[in-house]
Design a protein around this ligand. Structure first.
Ligand code: URA
Length: 434
């Protein structure tokens, strides 16, 4: 078999066999299939698609590219959650410790920034010392002893996803349902979770632009989980405007910590409570959704979720002084508050434009391996439906470069659209797929 023939076959819109997919994924993991071949193949998948059968085989091949954790001897039930990627989506930072504070165990493998969407690993690395490359042994030990783990793909765990993810980020090959489904689910299968909540984002700041596309991706991932003997529930959630206010790595960590203290933006807190509640149901900590919501709300307020976040940071080598005092987190040289150019109701706050502006400030990568600037980003102060008076603060830019700040100011201003008439707020969720 030759990699080039597999690329050509997909380019011509044909269905790949199990053996061809496994050959390609194994070769890419070993390095005998090159980065440029994998990039060309990913573009062919984006343009021609894959059948559900191919996507399932791709997921299994990627999960098998490294070791797969067997948690049966370690914990009875291991929970996990994963988002398909959004702007300002810091949900894991709150949900994982929140669920752990309710007595459940969460072992999570996250990703880095992808295109205009931020990545949990990049956010957590704003905390000096925090390690995101745990070995298999470290993962297992920490899950057993501390009860929560937040790590990334390594040469041990889902290495094919780690490599392909970095290429997709910078080759325009992110928004392909087969690549998203296999990327998300291969990590979940490799990390051994048996109960999974999938947060499938819909809207301008998501890779799935319509509810229909998001629902079909959700159904496919839930089906892959079932075929692999796991149980998954998917929530379809809004990503037309940023989640919460903060977009950018350290800014998002700070906002997550505020939320773990019972504060934070209302939309983000409610979103986190909903995702956590689904995990509490799946993990059998509560019997009904309303009881789960109540418990999650109390656990955020009483400080126990924050204590578990602190435990997580400390277990993975992070400096907890930055968690106790988030003002120590990386800060940008230039901080500019931009006023509203007019009075009116906000009709649209385009998450995609804001995500792209944040990446251009340095919060994401333009090329594989680019360093991240943890300090930069945008704090968007208002939501769709808010009435804002001319001259009131609209957003704050955090930049380390004056030219980039000017460009971000124009882009974020253009991302805000106005109406003279009242506008309905956007919903947080569009449904559930089981
Ligand atoms: N999250 C992932 O892990 N992979 C994707 O492709 C998108 C979001």
């Amino acid at each position: 078999m030759r990699a080039v023939d597999i690329i050509i076959k997909k380019r011509d819109g044909k269905e790949l066999t199990r053996d061809e997919i496994r050959f390609f994924v194994a070769g890419f993991t070993r390095g005998t299939v090159t980065d440029y071949q994998a990039s060309a193949w990913a573009m062919a998948v984006l343009l021609k698609g894959m059948t559900d059968r191919e996507t399932t085989q791709l997921t299994l091949a990627m999960a098998d590219s490294g070791e797969k954790l067997d948690l049966s001897g370690v914990v009875d039930l291991a929970l996990d959650k994963h988002s398909t990627g959004g702007v300002g989506d810091k949900t894991t930072l709150v949900v994982e410790p929140l669920v752990a504070a309710c007595g459940l165990r969460v072992g999570k493998m996250s990703g880095r920034g992808l295109g205009f969407s931020g990545g949990t690993l990049d956010k957590m690395e704003s905390i000096p010392g925090f390690r995101t490359d745990l070995t298999k042994e470290e993962f297992l030990r920490q899950l057993k002893e501390v009860g929560l783990v937040l790590t990334g793909q390594t040469s041990d765990l889902a290495p094919a996803d780690g490599k392909l993810y970095a290429l997709r980020d910078v080759t325009g090959t992110v928004p392909a349902p087969p690549l998203i489904a296999s990327s998300v689910m291969s990590k979940k299968l490799a990390a051994g979770a048996n109960r999974i909540v999938l947060d499938v984002k819909v809207g301008t700041g998501a890779f799935m632009k319509t509810q229909e596309e998001a629902r079909s991706l959700a159904k496919l991932m839930v089906k892959i989980a079932r075929l692999a003997g796991r149980k998954a529930v998917a929530l379809l959630s809004d990503m037309n405007q940023p989640l919460g206010h903060a977009v950018g790595n350290a800014l998002e960590v700070k906002e997550a910590i505020e939320t773990l203290h019972g504060g934070g933006p209302t939309d983000f807190r409610q979103h986190a409570i909903e995702v956590a509640s689904q995990l509490l149901l799946l993990g059998q900590a509560e019997k009904t959704l309303s009881a789960a919501r109540k418990r999650a709300g109390v656990t955020l307020k009483d400080g126990s979720a924050f204590e578990r976040f602190r435990d997580l940071v400390s277990a993975q080598g992070g400096d907890v002084r930055y968690v106790d005092d988030p003002s120590l987190l990386p800060r940008a040289k230039f901080v500019e508050e931009v006023p509203a150019p007019r009075s009116g109701y906000l009709k649209w706050v385009d998450a995609r434009q804001i995500g792209e502006a944040s990446v251009a400030l340095g919060a994401g990568r333009a090329k594989k391996g680019d360093p991240i600037d943890h300090a930069v980003g945008i704090v968007v102060l208002h939501k769709v439906g808010d009435r804002v008076a001319k001259g009131a603060p609209l957003f704050t830019l955090h930049a380390n470069d004056q030219t980039k700040l000017e460009a971000a100011r124009a882009q974020v201003l253009a991302a805000h659209q106005w109406s003279a008439k009242k506008v309905k707020p956007l919903p947080l969720f569009y449904g559930t797929v089981k």
